[in-house]
Design a protein around this ligand. Structure first.
Ligand code: ZN
Length: 194
């Protein structure tokens, strides 16, 4: 999993989705949750840049002196409320960032074939409402919001206002599908509405 995820992260970096050491990524296996270290240049990320953390988000064992990403608690919370999730991806693609300045609690999409990239959607005619959370430097804010808005996370993704997107899945392929679907929908929304 580590090598595949490293390839994905470098690919997203090439697309301009993780400027200036931003974004973070994780996967979960029998050992626990593996999350990217804080402050890594994603163009140079390697397999050793993943840190093992416990369910309560503390680095474990040989990793206990290392600092995981500042947003690690978001990952831990998502694994808690989506026990089937195995991979979580985060993007700072500029289109969702821009779209979040023009939408309030949700962004809505309808009529686009790419929507079928979401597991729960099988027609372009279905309505898709993706939640937007306000940004915060307090992880407790996100923990509370994700818990309160759990039922709105039907498409396995959300946007943080003027910040970026999170998406997850039961496999790396599914997490990628969800992240790339949301980011492409946002690109279309922005170009159509602006
Ligand atoms: Zn971020």
């Amino acid at each position: 999993m580590k090598s595949q995820l490293v390839q994905t992260i470098r690919h997203y970096n090439n697309k301009g989705w993780s400027p200036a050491t931003s974004t973070n990524y994780s996967f979960r296996d029998a050992q626990g949750i593996w999350v990217t270290r804080s402050g890594i240049d994603k163009s140079e990320i390697i397999e050793d840049d993943f840190i093992l953390v416990s369910d309560v988000c503390e680095p474990i064992g040989e990793y206990s002196n290392l600092i995981p990403s500042a947003e690690t608690e978001i990952h831990c919370m998502l694994y808690k409320i989506f026990p089937e999730a195995r991979v979580i991806l985060h993007s700072h693609n500029k289109f969702p960032v821009l779209c979040s300045t023009e939408n309030d609690l949700f962004i809505e999409f309808e009529g686009l074939e790419i929507q079928k990239g979401f597991r729960s959607i099988n027609s372009h005619n279905q309505n898709v409402k993706v939640p937007i959370l306000d940004n915060s430097q307090e992880m407790s804010f996100f923990i509370e919001q994700l818990s309160l808005r759990r039922n709105e996370l039907k498409f396995f993704c959300f946007i943080i206002r003027q910040h970026g997107t999170y998406a997850w899945g039961e496999t790396l392929l599914e997490a990628k599908r969800h992240l790339e679907t949301l980011d492409f929908l946002c690109e279309c929304w922005w170009e159509k509405n602006k």
